[in-house]
Design a protein around this ligand. Structure first.
Ligand code: HEM
Length: 384
């Protein structure tokens, strides 16, 4: 099952400002839209936060509370952490706006970057008509898309394929284990690699994740999954091989969000987010809005032998097809082509009313962040 990278899609400020205004205006004037018994909820792009400095996180209004048995949690340590602290709904069923606001507040994430991430996930694994997405699996609170145009259930971000992929740092591959919950054995292996390659830091010798550690983590996970999982599909995007965009670069890039003001990915900090899914004590969010990082490209450059692809039915690694012209002009554009063509269900191109307004907002965010000259309509397979 192919999965794709949503992090390369980051929007430009003028586009989102115009759309925010249009949506705020429409929210006032749009009559209720009922489709297949569901009431549409118009999405409104939240403003950029005005307070963009550092501050202590969590504040007193957001204590850690462990999830209850009916709360959804899934493969993303960041979303789980936000839910465990109530920066998004503690039940794990959240919205476009809530994730953007929570990520700005708690991680000081650049609004346009997080908008692109939420847009891709909402279009592939949420219900963009009612504006709900599960950060775990199927939930009775998130209905199937009207007309069940993507199958009888809305899956949530833990569903393998489209976004969730193999060879993660702390989750098993879906074909050989639990792809949703933290895996202590995998984490122990990660820490062994850290102990070999890490920098010295406040937690002791070889306890800070550096580029070499991250590169070796990627190499080790890709190599072991290639052996262990005959159906492995580790990469997130297709596209020109020269672009060398690897799935692993994506979560690794996200790691720099969790450094906070220490500017160091220490063992203690990373363990808190990955294993305990909570903010470390005395943690301060970054001192300015977090956007990107050179780390993914550096890791990819260090691993030229790994190109986007997957194992075929005989367990032989096959490279993904490259994006065709004119979508091969940049990594971002090739990735946009991949997401729209292979991940976002095709029937979303033909929806109406509030459903269409929301899909247009989300696909517009992806297009505007892509660097492509022309947009593509969603054309991915359904019910996968
Ligand atoms: C706030 C910024 C975010 C950060 C710091 C972050 C961090 C991470 C990290 C570190 C992983 C990899 C875990 C591992 O390899 O074991 C991950 C995986 C994932 N995240 Fe997030 N994430 C963020 C936002 C989001 C959002 C907004 C969504 C969707 C609503 C999302 C959905 C996912 C999914 C589906 C995976 C699994 C991908 C895979 O299988 O490779 N993330 N995230």
């Amino acid at each position: 099952m192919r999965s794709v990278s949503l992090l390369l899609l980051v929007v430009s400020p003028p586009f989102v400002a115009v759309n925010a205004w249009k949506n705020a205006r429409n929210a006032l004037s749009t009559p209720s839209d009922i489709q297949d018994g569901q009431t549409g909820v118009l999405m409104v792009l939240p403003p950029r936060q005005t307070d963009t400095g550092t501050k202590r996180i969590p504040d007193v209004d957001h204590p850690f509370i462990a999830p209850g048995p009916n709360d959804q949690r899934g493969p993303c340590p960041a979303m789980n952490t936000l839910a465990n602290h109530g920066y998004i709904s503690r039940n794990g069923i959240t919205t476009f706006e809530e994730i953007i606001l929570g990520s700005q507040e708690a991680f000081n994430l650049n609004r346009d970057m997080i908008s692109g991430m939420v847009a891709g996930n909402m279009l592939t694994r949420g219900n963009p008509f009612v504006n709900k997405i599960s950060i775990g699996g199927v939930s009775p609170i998130v209905p199937p898309l009207p007309g069940q145009i993507d199958g009888p259930e809305t899956q949530g971000i833990a569903k393998h394929g489209r976004v969730e992929g193999d060879a993660s740092m702390t989750r098993s591959d879906v074909h050989i284990g639990d792809n949703r919950n933290f895996n202590q054995t995998l984490w122990n292996t990660d820490l062994e690699i850290l102990a070999q390659f890490g920098d010295d830091g406040p937690d002791g010798p070889a306890t800070v994740f550096n580029l070499q550690t991250l590169t070796e983590l990627v190499r080790q996970n890709l190599e072991s999954d290639q052996l262990l999982d005959p159906e492995v599909y580790p990469t997130l995007k297709s596209g020109p091989l020269a672009l060398k965009s690897l799935k692993f670069a994506v979560p690794i890039r996200r790691l720099n969000i969790v450094f906070g003001t220490t500017q160091q990915a220490t063992k203690h900090i990373i363990t808190s987010f990955f294993m305990n899914q909570t903010f470390p004590e005395n943690w301060f969010r970054a001192a300015s809005p977090v956007l990107g990082s050179p780390i993914p490209a550096q890791i990819a450059a260090a691993l030229p032998e790994w190109v986007p692809g997957h194992n075929d039915e005989n367990g032989v690694f096959v490279a993904d097809p490259q994006a065709p012209a004119p979508f091969n002009i940049s990594p971002g554009c090739a990735n946009y082509w991949d997401v729209l063509t292979n991940a976002i269900p095709g029937p979303l191109a033909n929806v109406t009313g509030v459903f269409k307004q929301n899909v247009d907002l989300l696909t517009g965010i992806l297009f505007n962040g892509s660097g492509c000259a022309e947009p593509i309509a969603p054309a991915g397979p359904t019910n996968t």
